[in-house]
Ligand binder design. Sequence first.
Ligand code: SAH
Length: 349
Amino acid sequence: MTLEEMSAFFKDLGEPAFRAKQVFRWLHRGAVSFDEMSDLSKPLRERLGGLCSITCPAVERRQVSALDGTTKYLWRLGDGSCVESVLMGYKHGNTVCISCQVGCRMGCAFCASTIGGKVRDLTPAEMLDQVLFTQMDSGREISNIVLMGIGEPLDNFDTVMKFLQLVNSPEGLNIGMRHISLSTCGLVEKIDKLAQLGLQLTLSVSLHAPDDATRSRLMPVNRSVGVEKLMDTCRRYFQTTGRRISYEYALIDGVNDSDEQADLLAGLLRGTPGHVNLIPLNDVAESPLKPSRRVAAFQKRLERRGVTVTVRRKLGGDIDASCGQLRRKAMQRQGERGERPSENHEERS
Ligand code: SAH
Protein backbone atom coordinates (compact mmCIF):
# COMPACT_ATOMS: atom_id res chain seq x y z
CA MET A 1 0.00 0.00 0.00
CA THR A 2 1.06 3.56 -0.58
CA LEU A 3 1.04 5.86 2.44
CA GLU A 4 -2.24 7.39 1.19
CA GLU A 5 -3.85 3.96 0.86
CA MET A 6 -2.62 3.02 4.30
CA SER A 7 -4.01 6.24 5.79
CA ALA A 8 -7.43 5.45 4.30
CA PHE A 9 -7.16 1.90 5.65
CA PHE A 10 -6.48 3.09 9.21
CA LYS A 11 -9.26 5.67 8.95
CA ASP A 12 -11.68 2.83 8.08
CA LEU A 13 -10.47 0.95 11.16
CA GLY A 14 -11.26 4.00 13.29
CA GLU A 15 -7.57 4.59 14.06
CA PRO A 16 -5.75 7.95 13.90
CA ALA A 17 -3.98 8.80 10.62
CA PHE A 18 -0.49 8.80 12.19
CA ARG A 19 -0.75 5.03 12.59
CA ALA A 20 -0.31 4.75 8.82
CA LYS A 21 3.00 6.57 8.98
CA GLN A 22 4.20 4.39 11.86
CA VAL A 23 3.36 1.12 10.09
CA PHE A 24 4.65 2.37 6.71
CA ARG A 25 8.01 3.24 8.30
CA TRP A 26 8.29 -0.14 10.01
CA LEU A 27 7.52 -1.99 6.79
CA HIS A 28 10.04 0.03 4.81
CA ARG A 29 12.69 -0.72 7.43
CA GLY A 30 12.09 -4.43 6.84
CA ALA A 31 9.73 -5.44 9.67
CA VAL A 32 8.31 -8.87 8.90
CA SER A 33 5.67 -9.07 11.64
CA PHE A 34 3.36 -6.66 13.46
CA ASP A 35 4.84 -7.87 16.77
CA GLU A 36 8.03 -5.95 15.96
CA MET A 37 6.11 -2.66 15.78
CA SER A 38 6.76 -1.67 19.38
CA ASP A 39 5.05 1.72 19.20
CA LEU A 40 1.66 0.11 18.44
CA SER A 41 -0.52 -1.22 21.25
CA LYS A 42 -0.76 -4.99 21.61
CA PRO A 43 -4.49 -5.10 20.75
CA LEU A 44 -3.85 -3.11 17.54
CA ARG A 45 -0.93 -5.37 16.57
CA GLU A 46 -3.16 -8.39 17.03
CA ARG A 47 -5.97 -6.81 15.05
CA LEU A 48 -3.60 -6.00 12.17
CA GLY A 49 -2.15 -9.51 12.29
CA GLY A 50 -5.63 -10.90 11.77
CA LEU A 51 -6.48 -8.52 8.91
CA CYS A 52 -3.25 -8.18 6.91
CA SER A 53 -0.23 -10.11 5.77
CA ILE A 54 3.33 -8.83 5.32
CA THR A 55 5.26 -10.22 2.35
CA CYS A 56 8.78 -11.45 3.01
CA PRO A 57 10.94 -13.33 0.49
CA ALA A 58 13.27 -16.11 1.63
CA VAL A 59 16.87 -16.36 0.39
CA GLU A 60 16.78 -19.53 -1.69
CA ARG A 61 20.34 -19.09 -2.93
CA ARG A 62 23.04 -16.46 -2.55
CA GLN A 63 26.11 -16.36 -4.77
CA VAL A 64 28.96 -13.99 -3.96
CA SER A 65 31.56 -13.25 -6.64
CA ALA A 66 35.13 -13.69 -5.45
CA LEU A 67 36.22 -11.30 -8.22
CA ASP A 68 34.24 -8.17 -7.34
CA GLY A 69 31.74 -8.92 -4.54
CA THR A 70 28.76 -8.86 -6.91
CA THR A 71 26.04 -10.78 -5.09
CA LYS A 72 23.21 -12.65 -6.73
CA TYR A 73 20.06 -13.51 -4.80
CA LEU A 74 17.51 -16.10 -5.75
CA TRP A 75 14.40 -15.26 -3.73
CA ARG A 76 11.61 -17.67 -2.97
CA LEU A 77 8.26 -15.88 -2.85
CA GLY A 78 5.15 -16.75 -0.86
CA ASP A 79 3.71 -18.99 -3.59
CA GLY A 80 6.97 -20.90 -4.15
CA SER A 81 7.97 -18.94 -7.30
CA CYS A 82 11.57 -17.75 -7.57
CA VAL A 83 13.00 -14.47 -8.89
CA GLU A 84 16.50 -12.98 -8.97
CA SER A 85 18.17 -9.75 -7.88
CA VAL A 86 21.82 -8.74 -8.29
CA LEU A 87 23.75 -6.36 -6.04
CA MET A 88 26.65 -4.57 -7.71
CA GLY A 89 29.14 -2.18 -6.14
CA TYR A 90 30.25 0.89 -8.11
CA LYS A 91 32.30 3.94 -7.13
CA HIS A 92 29.09 5.99 -6.96
CA GLY A 93 27.32 3.50 -4.67
CA ASN A 94 25.53 0.18 -4.61
CA THR A 95 23.09 -0.73 -7.36
CA VAL A 96 20.50 -3.48 -7.17
CA CYS A 97 19.05 -5.01 -10.31
CA ILE A 98 15.56 -6.34 -9.65
CA SER A 99 12.92 -8.51 -11.36
CA CYS A 100 9.34 -7.47 -12.09
CA GLN A 101 7.77 -10.74 -13.27
CA VAL A 102 8.19 -14.47 -12.63
CA GLY A 103 9.53 -15.42 -16.06
CA CYS A 104 8.88 -13.31 -19.16
CA ARG A 105 6.66 -13.59 -22.21
CA MET A 106 8.74 -11.48 -24.62
CA GLY A 107 10.67 -14.42 -26.07
CA CYS A 108 14.05 -12.75 -26.85
CA ALA A 109 16.34 -15.39 -28.39
CA PHE A 110 19.40 -14.60 -26.25
CA CYS A 111 17.70 -14.29 -22.84
CA ALA A 112 17.45 -17.01 -20.17
CA SER A 113 14.54 -15.30 -18.38
CA THR A 114 12.05 -16.00 -21.11
CA ILE A 115 12.63 -19.74 -21.46
CA GLY A 116 9.44 -21.27 -20.05
CA GLY A 117 7.45 -18.06 -20.52
CA LYS A 118 5.78 -15.85 -17.94
CA VAL A 119 4.36 -17.43 -14.79
CA ARG A 120 2.89 -14.27 -13.23
CA ASP A 121 3.41 -10.59 -12.54
CA LEU A 122 5.07 -9.56 -9.28
CA THR A 123 3.23 -7.27 -6.87
CA PRO A 124 4.60 -3.83 -5.91
CA ALA A 125 5.48 -5.28 -2.48
CA GLU A 126 7.44 -8.16 -4.03
CA MET A 127 9.42 -5.64 -6.07
CA LEU A 128 10.11 -3.42 -3.07
CA ASP A 129 11.10 -6.46 -0.99
CA GLN A 130 13.94 -7.21 -3.40
CA VAL A 131 15.49 -3.80 -2.68
CA LEU A 132 14.77 -3.91 1.04
CA PHE A 133 15.91 -7.45 1.75
CA THR A 134 19.00 -7.19 -0.49
CA GLN A 135 19.99 -4.19 1.61
CA MET A 136 19.22 -5.95 4.89
CA ASP A 137 20.85 -9.25 3.98
CA SER A 138 24.04 -7.69 2.58
CA GLY A 139 24.33 -4.84 5.06
CA ARG A 140 25.16 -2.60 2.07
CA GLU A 141 23.08 0.54 1.57
CA ILE A 142 21.46 0.71 -1.84
CA SER A 143 21.53 4.01 -3.69
CA ASN A 144 20.55 2.96 -7.22
CA ILE A 145 18.00 0.61 -8.75
CA VAL A 146 17.88 -0.86 -12.24
CA LEU A 147 14.78 -2.66 -13.51
CA MET A 148 16.77 -5.06 -15.65
CA GLY A 149 16.15 -8.39 -13.97
CA ILE A 150 13.61 -11.02 -14.95
CA GLY A 151 10.52 -9.74 -16.79
CA GLU A 152 9.41 -6.78 -18.89
CA PRO A 153 8.64 -3.75 -16.69
CA LEU A 154 6.29 -2.11 -19.17
CA ASP A 155 4.30 -5.37 -19.45
CA ASN A 156 3.54 -4.96 -15.72
CA PHE A 157 3.03 -1.21 -15.98
CA ASP A 158 0.72 -0.30 -13.08
CA THR A 159 2.65 -2.46 -10.61
CA VAL A 160 5.96 -0.94 -11.65
CA MET A 161 4.57 2.60 -11.31
CA LYS A 162 3.31 1.82 -7.83
CA PHE A 163 6.66 0.29 -6.91
CA LEU A 164 8.41 3.49 -8.08
CA GLN A 165 6.08 5.57 -5.92
CA LEU A 166 6.83 3.34 -2.88
CA VAL A 167 10.60 3.28 -3.27
CA ASN A 168 10.63 7.02 -3.92
CA SER A 169 8.64 7.78 -0.77
CA PRO A 170 10.40 10.04 1.78
CA GLU A 171 8.90 7.88 4.55
CA GLY A 172 10.35 4.78 2.89
CA LEU A 173 13.67 4.11 1.14
CA ASN A 174 13.57 7.58 -0.45
CA ILE A 175 15.49 6.59 -3.59
CA GLY A 176 15.20 9.41 -6.15
CA MET A 177 13.96 8.83 -9.70
CA ARG A 178 17.32 9.95 -11.09
CA HIS A 179 18.84 6.95 -9.35
CA ILE A 180 16.50 4.52 -11.09
CA SER A 181 16.76 2.98 -14.59
CA LEU A 182 14.00 1.10 -16.34
CA SER A 183 14.81 -1.17 -19.26
CA THR A 184 12.28 -2.20 -21.91
CA CYS A 185 12.32 -4.41 -24.98
CA GLY A 186 10.36 -1.60 -26.68
CA LEU A 187 6.60 -1.68 -26.01
CA VAL A 188 5.82 1.53 -27.88
CA GLU A 189 2.36 2.37 -26.47
CA LYS A 190 3.69 1.92 -22.96
CA ILE A 191 6.75 4.10 -23.70
CA ASP A 192 4.31 6.86 -24.75
CA LYS A 193 2.29 6.30 -21.57
CA LEU A 194 5.46 6.50 -19.47
CA ALA A 195 6.49 9.72 -21.22
CA GLN A 196 3.21 11.33 -20.14
CA LEU A 197 4.13 10.74 -16.48
CA GLY A 198 7.30 12.83 -16.94
CA LEU A 199 9.35 10.82 -14.45
CA GLN A 200 13.02 11.71 -14.10
CA LEU A 201 14.16 8.08 -14.32
CA THR A 202 16.50 6.79 -17.05
CA LEU A 203 14.82 4.81 -19.79
CA SER A 204 16.91 2.09 -21.40
CA VAL A 205 15.70 0.56 -24.64
CA SER A 206 16.97 -2.89 -25.58
CA LEU A 207 17.68 -2.33 -29.26
CA HIS A 208 20.18 -5.11 -30.07
CA ALA A 209 19.85 -4.67 -33.86
CA PRO A 210 19.44 -1.70 -36.21
CA ASP A 211 17.53 -3.54 -38.96
CA ASP A 212 14.13 -5.28 -38.88
CA ALA A 213 15.37 -8.63 -40.20
CA THR A 214 17.91 -9.07 -37.42
CA ARG A 215 15.84 -7.48 -34.65
CA SER A 216 12.74 -9.56 -35.48
CA ARG A 217 14.87 -12.69 -35.43
CA LEU A 218 16.25 -11.83 -31.98
CA MET A 219 13.23 -10.11 -30.46
CA PRO A 220 9.69 -11.22 -31.40
CA VAL A 221 8.33 -7.87 -30.11
CA ASN A 222 9.85 -6.27 -33.23
CA ARG A 223 7.66 -8.29 -35.61
CA SER A 224 4.60 -6.12 -34.97
CA VAL A 225 6.24 -2.71 -34.58
CA GLY A 226 9.61 -2.44 -36.32
CA VAL A 227 12.73 -0.42 -35.66
CA GLU A 228 11.52 2.76 -37.37
CA LYS A 229 8.38 3.10 -35.26
CA LEU A 230 10.38 2.25 -32.13
CA MET A 231 12.89 5.01 -32.88
CA ASP A 232 10.04 7.49 -33.57
CA THR A 233 8.64 6.61 -30.16
CA CYS A 234 12.05 7.10 -28.55
CA ARG A 235 12.40 10.54 -30.16
CA ARG A 236 8.94 11.47 -28.84
CA TYR A 237 9.96 10.25 -25.39
CA PHE A 238 12.96 12.58 -25.43
CA GLN A 239 10.90 15.51 -26.69
CA THR A 240 8.29 15.02 -23.97
CA THR A 241 10.56 14.28 -20.99
CA GLY A 242 13.90 15.88 -21.94
CA ARG A 243 15.57 12.68 -20.76
CA ARG A 244 18.20 11.03 -22.96
CA ILE A 245 17.56 7.38 -23.72
CA SER A 246 20.18 4.72 -23.22
CA TYR A 247 20.16 2.03 -25.94
CA GLU A 248 21.30 -1.45 -24.97
CA TYR A 249 23.05 -3.49 -27.62
CA ALA A 250 24.28 -7.01 -26.77
CA LEU A 251 26.91 -7.95 -29.33
CA ILE A 252 26.35 -11.43 -30.78
CA ASP A 253 28.89 -13.19 -32.93
CA GLY A 254 28.02 -12.96 -36.63
CA VAL A 255 24.47 -11.75 -35.95
CA ASN A 256 24.49 -8.03 -35.10
CA ASP A 257 28.18 -7.09 -34.95
CA SER A 258 29.10 -6.21 -38.57
CA ASP A 259 30.47 -2.85 -39.74
CA GLU A 260 27.31 -2.36 -41.83
CA GLN A 261 25.18 -2.79 -38.72
CA ALA A 262 27.35 -0.30 -36.80
CA ASP A 263 26.77 2.21 -39.61
CA LEU A 264 23.02 1.55 -39.62
CA LEU A 265 22.92 2.00 -35.84
CA ALA A 266 24.80 5.30 -36.08
CA GLY A 267 22.29 6.36 -38.76
CA LEU A 268 19.33 5.58 -36.51
CA LEU A 269 20.71 7.73 -33.72
CA ARG A 270 21.64 10.71 -35.89
CA GLY A 271 19.96 13.82 -34.53
CA THR A 272 18.60 12.01 -31.46
CA PRO A 273 20.39 12.57 -28.17
CA GLY A 274 21.08 9.10 -26.86
CA HIS A 275 23.76 6.85 -25.64
CA VAL A 276 24.69 3.31 -26.68
CA ASN A 277 25.57 0.74 -24.07
CA LEU A 278 27.38 -2.16 -25.70
CA ILE A 279 27.01 -5.39 -23.73
CA PRO A 280 29.25 -8.36 -24.38
CA LEU A 281 26.64 -11.15 -24.73
CA ASN A 282 26.39 -13.45 -21.74
CA ASP A 283 26.52 -17.03 -22.85
CA VAL A 284 23.22 -18.81 -22.09
CA ALA A 285 23.56 -22.61 -22.11
CA GLU A 286 20.23 -23.15 -23.93
CA SER A 287 21.07 -20.71 -26.76
CA PRO A 288 23.31 -21.22 -29.81
CA LEU A 289 24.13 -17.48 -29.85
CA LYS A 290 27.70 -16.66 -28.89
CA PRO A 291 29.44 -13.47 -27.68
CA SER A 292 30.90 -11.26 -30.40
CA ARG A 293 34.65 -11.03 -30.91
CA ARG A 294 34.33 -7.55 -32.45
CA VAL A 295 33.33 -5.42 -29.45
CA ALA A 296 36.23 -2.95 -29.74
CA ALA A 297 35.92 -2.62 -33.53
CA PHE A 298 32.15 -2.05 -33.29
CA GLN A 299 32.66 0.55 -30.56
CA LYS A 300 35.31 2.40 -32.59
CA ARG A 301 33.15 2.46 -35.69
CA LEU A 302 30.24 3.96 -33.78
CA GLU A 303 32.47 6.54 -32.11
CA ARG A 304 33.92 7.60 -35.47
CA ARG A 305 30.35 8.36 -36.51
CA GLY A 306 29.78 10.55 -33.47
CA VAL A 307 27.83 8.14 -31.28
CA THR A 308 28.40 8.18 -27.50
CA VAL A 309 29.24 4.61 -26.54
CA THR A 310 30.19 2.74 -23.40
CA VAL A 311 31.02 -0.93 -23.11
CA ARG A 312 29.33 -2.42 -20.07
CA ARG A 313 31.84 -3.66 -17.53
CA LYS A 314 31.36 -7.31 -16.74
CA LEU A 315 30.66 -7.93 -13.06
CA GLY A 316 30.13 -11.27 -11.36
CA GLY A 317 31.78 -13.17 -14.21
CA ASP A 318 32.33 -16.16 -11.92
CA ILE A 319 28.69 -16.45 -10.76
CA ASP A 320 25.40 -16.79 -12.66
CA ALA A 321 24.93 -13.04 -12.47
CA SER A 322 23.00 -12.34 -15.64
CA CYS A 323 19.32 -12.44 -16.49
CA GLY A 324 17.45 -15.55 -15.42
CA GLN A 325 20.39 -17.95 -15.22
CA LEU A 326 20.15 -18.79 -11.55
CA ARG A 327 16.37 -19.27 -11.66
CA ARG A 328 16.81 -21.61 -14.66
CA LYS A 329 19.31 -23.71 -12.74
CA ALA A 330 17.06 -23.91 -9.68
CA MET A 331 14.14 -24.94 -11.91
CA GLN A 332 16.25 -27.64 -13.53
CA ARG A 333 17.40 -29.00 -10.16
CA GLN A 334 13.81 -28.96 -8.98
CA GLY A 335 12.74 -30.91 -12.08
CA GLU A 336 15.50 -33.46 -11.62
CA ARG A 337 14.56 -34.05 -8.00
CA GLY A 338 10.83 -33.86 -8.70
CA GLU A 339 10.46 -31.41 -5.80
CA ARG A 340 10.91 -27.81 -4.86
CA PRO A 341 14.29 -26.83 -3.43
CA SER A 342 13.91 -25.47 0.07
CA GLU A 343 17.30 -25.14 1.71
CA ASN A 344 18.84 -21.76 2.28
CA HIS A 345 22.10 -22.09 0.47
CA GLU A 346 25.15 -19.91 0.09
CA GLU A 347 27.65 -20.43 -2.67
CA ARG A 348 30.96 -18.65 -2.93
CA SER A 349 33.06 -18.90 -6.01
N1 SAH B 1 12.65 -6.85 -20.39
C1 SAH B 1 13.53 -5.74 -20.24
C2 SAH B 1 14.46 -5.80 -19.04
C3 SAH B 1 15.09 -7.12 -18.69
S1 SAH B 1 16.52 -7.66 -19.51
C4 SAH B 1 14.29 -5.51 -21.53
O1 SAH B 1 14.14 -6.26 -22.44
O2 SAH B 1 15.02 -4.52 -21.61
C5 SAH B 1 17.80 -6.50 -19.19
C6 SAH B 1 18.79 -6.39 -20.34
O3 SAH B 1 19.60 -7.56 -20.47
C7 SAH B 1 18.09 -6.21 -21.69
O4 SAH B 1 18.77 -5.26 -22.45
C8 SAH B 1 18.24 -7.58 -22.30
O5 SAH B 1 18.09 -7.55 -23.68
C9 SAH B 1 19.64 -7.96 -21.83
N2 SAH B 1 19.96 -9.37 -21.92
C10 SAH B 1 19.17 -10.46 -21.77
N3 SAH B 1 19.85 -11.59 -21.95
C11 SAH B 1 21.13 -11.24 -22.22
C12 SAH B 1 22.33 -11.96 -22.50
N4 SAH B 1 22.34 -13.28 -22.56
N5 SAH B 1 23.45 -11.26 -22.71
C13 SAH B 1 23.46 -9.90 -22.66
N6 SAH B 1 22.37 -9.18 -22.41
C14 SAH B 1 21.21 -9.82 -22.19
